[in-house]
Design a protein around this ligand. Sequence first.
Ligand SMILES: [Zn+2]
Length: 64
Amino acid sequence: MKTQVGVQAMMAKCPVCGGEVNVPDDALPGELVEHECGITLEVVVDGDLVGLKPLEGVREDWGE
Ligand SMILES: [Zn+2]
């Protein structure tokens, strides 16, 4: 049984539901990825690590 270790996509964890999220290899910081749980996630890159943060509370909050 062969194991292919490719770098085509990175697996990241959804911070909301904990499920796996497929992040494209060429994802750029700030790129938005929709997850199956319904949340929109923003790609954050820190060195070699790719993470995700929920894109929520992005409302403009200029102290209404
Ligand atoms: Zn999710």
